[in-house]
Design a protein around this ligand. Structure first.
Ligand SMILES: [Fe+2]
Length: 282
């Protein structure tokens, strides 16, 4: 029987709780209803789910194709297409890199070329800090739509240069050595600053300050302040949603229509364990 789904807005523009779905046992009609909702609401929250790595991968695979995490030590032992996002080291202590990892605004994998961009990502909370430790999301449709007309026109013809982790915000978060190591394995990729969403056809501002390190035809001295200005415009309070995690939450976000970051505001010794999978178009 198809589940009856109810929607509850969470943030002002972004973040929608979907009530009434059991993601471990979804029939095709309920999944189709979720896909329809996701087209209109690029961050969805499902509460009180209990998915093992196989079930999370099976749910993700309904949307598209899953890839194994690039780094073997993040892969789930039972299901390599699911990875761990955690501040817990293998020996049970605090993984310092895990505490701040992904805490600058970004969309995942924009260091890959346009034809390889992910469609969406899914996080499932297994252990959460007692306080804080949330994830922030920004609506990049609204970021585009609320730009001044002159800025829209300027950006329309511009192309962003994306690398692994060498945008202005990444340079504040990571060491030069870390950045050099990561970038050595990846050529620069180009993306239009204003992108048409492949599913909805709506325009998004497609510039994130972690992976976008410049624009074609501009020096870093010219492009850094523009990237930062666009970030500040995109992350105004009205345009963001802070997700406070509960154990059992499943959150799905659209990788083209949103940016996100870990708030990294919890006590480092508070355990945070999430399962993640990233979904590419078929
Ligand atoms: Fe991310």
């Amino acid at each position: 029987m198809t589940a009856q789904l109810a929607l509850h807005p969470l943030g002002k523009r972004l973040g929608t709780e979907v009530e009434g779905a059991d993601l471990a046992h979804l029939d095709d009609q309920t999944f189709a209803a979720i896909e329809d909702i996701f087209r209109e609401h690029p961050v969805l929250v499902f509460r009180d789910q209990k998915l093992d790595a196989h079930q999370l991968a099976a749910f993700g695979a309904r949307f598209g194709r899953l890839r194994e995490h690039i780094l073997e030590n993040y892969r789930h032992p039972d299901e390599p297409r699911v990875s761990f996002i955690t501040n817990v080291a293998k020996d049970g202590g605090v993984d310092k890199f895990g505490v701040t990892r992904a805490s600058s605004w970004h969309a995942d994998e924009t260091y890959d070329p346009p034809e390889k961009l992910p469609r969406l990502a899914i996080l499932h909370a297994v252990e959460v800090p007692r306080e804080k430790g949330g994830t922030l999301f920004a609506d990049m449709y609204a970021a585009y739509e609320t730009l001044p007309e002159a800025m829209k026109e300027k950006l329309e013809g511009m192309t962003g240069r994306h690398g692994y982790t060498d945008g202005p915000d990444a340079r504040r978060l990571y060491t030069a050595e870390h950045i050099a190591q990561r970038n050595a394995s990846r050529p620069e990729c180009l993306h239009p600053a204003i992108k048409e969403h492949p599913v909805t056809g709506r325009k998004v501002l497609f510039v994130n300050p972690t992976h976008c390190h410049g624009f074609v035809g501009m020096t870093n001295a010219e492009s850094d302040p523009l990237i930062e200005e666009l970030r500040d415009h995109s992350i105004q309070d009205d345009n963001t949603y802070y997700h406070k995690w509960r154990v059992g939450d499943v959150v799905i976000w659209d990788e083209i229509a949103t940016m996100h970051r870990g708030a990294a505001d919890a006590a480092p010794e508070e355990r945070r364990v999430m399962l993640r999978t990233i979904v590419h178009p078929n």
